[in-house]
Design a protein around this ligand. Structure first.
Ligand SMILES: [Mg+2]
Length: 326
C-alpha cells in the first residue's frame, strides 16, 4: 500500500518536474523567437526583401563578395572537412557566370580554392592578406605588374603581410609543439594566419590552451590574436582586413570611386564586419550577415544559414536573367 502511495507521489513529482522542464523550454524558445523577431526587423531577410534591395542595383555593375566557412559551407567539427555541397557550387557558379564574384576567406587561398573548385571567380585568402586577380580583369593602370602564379596564369598578386611569412612559418612549428599537450586542439596553417581551433577541447582545458597561445604568440613582435567561432586567429598586426581587401579588389577592377558599382558582401563572422563597415562607408551595395541568432552587426540585411545563402544566390541569377539588358 505504502509502495503504491510512493509510486503515485513519485509519479506525480516526475510529472510536475517534466511539466516544469517543458514549460521552461517553451518559455526560452519563445524568448529566443521574440528576440530574433525584434532583431530581424532591424536586419531584414535578404530573401523576403530581395526585390526592394535589388532596386538600387538596377543599371549598376554588381560585384559579389562571399565568405566561405559558415556562409557557403556549414561550420563543421573538422575544419579540413568543410566541404561545399554540389548544389551550392552550382549556385555560386551561376552567380559567377553573371557577375564578378570573389571569395574572401580566412583560409589559405589555395585551400579555399580547392574547396570551391570553380575557376570563374577570384580568391582572396588569409583574411584578405593574400589576393590574386587575373591580369585580364585588372582595369586600374596604377597596380603593379603581373606575375605568373603556380599554374602559370598571369595574375596580379597582393600580399600586404609578405614580410611576416617566415615568422608565421616558424610560429606554426613552435605553436604546434606547445599545444600538443592540449587534447582536441588543432592548428591550421592559413599562410598569413594561424588558426587554433578549440571546438574539441574540454571546457576545463580551454583556459590552459588560451594561456599557451597567448604566451607563445607574445614572444613574437607584430602579431595579434582575435577570437572567431571556437577558434583563435593569429595574424600580423597590420592595418589590413577583409574590408581593405574588398576595397583593393574593387579598385583593381576599376571601381575605386565609381558610383556605378553595386558590391554585396555575405559573411557570418566577426572578421566580416570590417567588410560590412566598408560598404556602409561607401554608401553602396549590400552588407548581408549570415546568422540564425541576433547579434550586433554593421550588416543591413541577414540570411539565417548557408541554405538561405544558396536560395539568395539562385534569386540573384534569376534576377540577372530577367534584367538581362543591364
Ligand atoms: Mg565565415
Amino acid at each position: 500500500m505504502s509502495n503504491a502511495k510512493f509510486d503515485s507521489e513519485g509519479g506525480q513529482l516526475m510529472l510536475q518536474s517534466s511539466w516544469r522542464f517543458s514549460r521552461q523550454f517553451q518559455d526560452s524558445k519563445a524568448n529566443a523567437e521574440a528576440a530574433y523577431a525584434a532583431w530581424i526587423k532591424k536586419h531584414p531577410s535578404a530573401l523576403t526583401s530581395f526585390e526592394r534591395m535589388m532596386d538600387g542595383a538596377k543599371g549598376k555593375k554588381v560585384v559579389v563578395f562571399l565568405d566561405y566557412d559558415g556562409t557557403l559551407s556549414p561550420i563543421v567539427s573538422d575544419p579540413d572537412k568543410a566541404f561545399m555541397s554540389d548544389s551550392m557550387r552550382s549556385a555560386v557558379n551561376q552567380v559567377a557566370h553573371h557577375f564578378t564574384t570573389c571569395i574572401i576567406s580566412g583560409r589559405r587561398r589555395d585551400k579555399v580554392s580547392s574547396f570551391v573548385k570553380l575557376k570563374n571567380l577570384y580568391y582572396v585568402g588569409s583574411h584578405g592578406m593574400d589576393i590574386s586577380i587575373p591580369s585580364e580583369a585588372v582595369k586600374n593602370s596604377s597596380v603593379r605588374r603581373s606575375e605568373a602564379d603556380q599554374q602559370g596564369n598571369e595574375v596580379i598578386m597582393f600580399q600586404p603581410a609578405a614580410e611576416f611569412l617566415p615568422i608565421m612559418k616558424k610560429l606554426l612549428l613552435v605553436l604546434r609543439e606547445k599545444i600538443r599537450t592540449i587534447k582536441g586542439s588543432v592548428i591550421e596553417d592559413n599562410k598569413f594566419c594561424l588558426s587554433v581551433h578549440y571546438r574539441h577541447v574540454d571546457e576545463e582545458d580551454q583556459d590552459a590552451l588560451w594561456q599557451l597561445v597567448e604566451a607563445t604568440v607574445g614572444g613574437y613582435s607584430g602579431l595579434c590574436i582575435t577570437n572567431g567561432k571556437m577558434v583563435y586567429e593569429i595574424r600580423p598586426n597590420i592595418n589590413w582586413n577583409k574590408g581593405h581587401a574588398l576595397e583593393y579588389v574593387l579598385e583593381t577592377l576599376g571601381f575605386g570611386s565609381s558610383s556605378d558599382v553595386f558590391p554585396m558582401y555575405l559573411g557570418d563572422d566577426t572578421t566580416d564586419e570590417d567588410a560590412f563597415k566598408v560598404l556602409r562607408k561607401r554608401g553602396q551595395g549590400l552588407p548581408i550577415l549570415v546568422s540564425s541568432n541576433p547579434k550586433e552587426t554593421k550588416a543591413s540585411f541577414s540570411l539565417r544559414n548557408p541554405s538561405e545563402v544558396q536560395s539568395f544566390l539562385l534569386c540573384l541569377s534569376k534576377w540577372k536573367k530577367s534584367n538581362s539588358s543591364m
